[in-house]
Ligand binder design. Structure first.
Ligand code: HEM
Length: 414
């Protein structure tokens, strides 16, 4: 039987069981950067590499419309979100997010988050120990609300942060984690839809130039403003992923604990090293496993085939650990980013291609900027890391050091 007609056995269960390692394992077994498989009842083509990225992000090949399963929309992204659109409708909605790419946005958000961190540290110091993941999520939630012009009482920041991280934590699971994520999304969409209504009726004033003002005034391709629910979904698409940087902060703390030689250059303000460290955290640690779309027509890639309507899957974790791109992919080595210029489509923890026209994350600059700032703050902070389980399971999506990274004896920034 030839490779085109060989029946495909559904691999959804191994995928759920093997998590991040599933696609890299299949590709290693096949000694290839492309594999055919079957997921969720559909034939699927999984690929990786900078050239595969360009194939994947070409809208003539792969569509996003109807590609994202409802359990992911109902938790992570929200129904009718920018992630689900193609072509002109996508570009019109993406206009909403493009100002996030500007350096002034990065500086403004970093300042708010940095202030919120400095306000929190004395309180951490009064406690015997803190779970960094939880505290970072609260700091990020507080900072991004202030920056986006979205009102949030300080007392509510912890609960809002738990909702933001629950939406990310529960998207790929069944059972209680998933239900928690759905309830969190329901609560937050309701709160933000009410806010959009209040801004539009004049009860609340959105700060000039804020994300809140932009979302409330945005018009889609049809010239109509977003309905309250969709506006709430897109506000959440700024607030939630910023809070999700707590994953990277926990990973950064893990890296500083395992490889403490990175602490001094971060603390003393070596800006090039800070950027390299932020990139290495995003490359090395597992967060987004893969991205998917639907074949817009019958597709061939490097001799493998998927019919129109089949799944096309970009192996994000595998590409960020591809030996042909990184040489020693399982070594944590920020200097790799100082030794050579890394191409746009090589490092893809937040998607690939052009963020202005495709689906690549418009918050990538914000993520790198915030991670640089917070990693430096962490490196300058006094604390100890008591005995705890810091193991990072590759079977759990999304994963985290098991303890969430407990810090004790937190002191002032030096
Ligand atoms: C899209 C990851 C932070 C806003 C995406 C995508 C990924 C991603 C993988 C999809 C790319 C694709 O489909 O091709 C991350 C990670 C982050 C992060 C790992 C760090 C924790 C942010 C931030 C913001 C943001 C800080 C905004 C403040 C968005 C939006 C989209 C998106 C609006 C949809 C873009 C589109 O469909 O055109 N992100 N992101 N993300 N991200 Fe992020």
């Amino acid at each position: 039987m030839d490779v085109l007609s060989r029946p495909l056995i559904d691999r959804t269960l191994p995928l759920l069981a093997e998590g991040y390692a599933w696609l890299p394992n299949r590709m290693r077994d096949a000694s290839s950067s492309v594999v055919r498989t079957r997921i969720m009842g559909r034939p699927a083509l999984a690929l990786r590499g900078p050239e595969a990225v360009r194939f994947f992000y070409d809208e003539r090949n792969v569509h996003r419309h109807r590609a994202i399963p409802e359990p992911v929309l109902g938790t992570l992204f929200g129904h009718e979100a920018v992630h689900t659109l193609d072509g002109a409708a996508h570009r019109a909605r993406k206009e909403l997010f493009l100002p996030l790419l500007e350096p002034t946005a990065v500086a403004g958000l970093a300042e708010h988050v940095s202030d919120a961190w400095d306000e929190a540290v004395p309180e951490w110091g009064r406690r015997a120990s803190v779970v960094l993941f939880d505290e970072a999520a609260t700091v990020l939630t507080r900072g991004v609300h202030r920056w986006a012009g979205v009102p949030l009482d300080d007392a509510e920041a912890g609960a809002a942060a738990r909702d933001m991280t629950a939406m990310v934590d529960g998207f790929a699971s069944a059972g209680p984690r998933h239900l928690r994520a759905r309830r969190a999304r329901g609560r937050q969409e309701e709160r933000l839809a009410r806010l959009v209504r209040d801004v539009r009726t004049g009860t609340v004033t959105a700060p000039a130039g804020s994300v809140l003002e932009r979302v409330c005034g945005h018009r889609d391709l049809n010239g109509e403003p977003l309905d309250e629910k969709t506006a709430a979904v897109e506000l959440l698409n700024v607030l939630r992923p910023t809070a999700a940087l707590a994953w990277f902060v926990a990973f950064a703390a893990h890296a500083l604990h395992r490889w403490p030689e990175n602490r001094a250059p971060l603390a003393k303000g070596d800006m090039a090293f800070r950027t390299a460290f932020a990139h290495e955290v995003r490359r090395f640690y597992p967060f987004v496993p893969f991205l998917g779309g639907l074949a817009a027509r019958d597709l061939f890639w490097r001799g493998a085939w998927v019919p129109e309507g089949g799944l096309v899957v970009l192996d994000v974790y595998g590409q960020n650990h591809d030996e042909t791109l990184w040489g020693d992919p399982y070594a944590f080595r920020p200097h790799r980013f100082l030794e050579r210029a890394v191409g746009r489509d090589e490092l893809i923890p937040q998607g690939a291609g052009d963020p202005a026209t495709g689906h690549r994350c418009p918050g990538e600059g914000l993520t790198v900027g915030l991670l640089e700032t917070l990693a430096a703050q962490l490196a300058r902070m006094e604390y100890t890391v008591p005995d705890q389980n810091l193991a990072i399971s590759l079977h759990r999506v999304p994963t985290l050091p098991h303890s969430g990274v407990v810090l004790a004896g937190v002191g002032r920034a030096a």
